[in-house]
Design a protein around this ligand. Sequence first.
Ligand SMILES: C[S@@+](CC[C@H](N)C(=O)[O-])C[C@H]1O[C@@H](n2cnc3c(N)ncnc32)[C@H](O)[C@@H]1O
Length: 241
Amino acid sequence: MADTEDQQTDEASDDFYTDAANYWSKVPATEDGMLGGFGFISKTDIGGSETFLSSIFKLKNPPGRKHALDCGSGIGRISKYLLTVHFDHVDLVEQNSEFLDIARTYLEDRGKKIGEVFAMGLQEFCPDARKYDIIWCQWVLGHLKDDDFVRFFNNCRTGLKENGMIVVKENTTSSNNVEVDTVDSSVTRPIDKLRQLFDQAGLISIKEQQQSKLPQGLYPVHMFALRPKGTVKNFQKCIRQ
Ligand SMILES: C[S@@+](CC[C@H](N)C(=O)[O-])C[C@H]1O[C@@H](n2cnc3c(N)ncnc32)[C@H](O)[C@@H]1O
């Protein structure tokens, strides 16, 4: 099993994103498809996120409730059951445009709450400055190479409003190693590796919680609430590849 460093120095790493895109192009645009055949955990997952988000709103200087961004949204499962419940407007960014087409009908009942929809990989995405109260990233970051992960989060910092936060909810390894999945072209990182990448992106984790009540045999899932380490300058531009 190669680690991320190997994968990134390998010339074949250019295929990392196209292989993932190919994988997702064959996955049904359903809640079950978004959850790799574990559609039955959706309620538990959303319940855990609800609790975590509520605890974030109770912090000193909490984020506002106007505008959220759903990163790697798929068909918009999290937008539908979590983000549109708590925010006035929700934007989506997702690399698979067919999922976004389905999202239009799947999220129809959320009406005008659904705002802009960006059909692109997170490795290419840069939010408008000072736009979002919450940037939610769930079950997608394993599809980013380390350097793109850091650049993406650096750019997200500039996309946050005052008191804005980034929430990460991801699988983690218990082995302390980065584990590679060649089937969907992703990696699963240990918590310390995630913390190291957050730090490199100028973010600090102010609250963490493990998702409970998941079936045995799945990776442990951890939630992180991240804030910029210092003041983000208004004029800071997006960093491009
Ligand atoms: C496991 S699904 C999770 C979907 C959604 N976050 C949820 O929890 O229901 C992963 C999603 O990430 C998307 N994805 C994969 N690589 C991506 C990338 N580089 N940029 C943006 N989205 C990506 C896939 O197309 C898929 O919709």
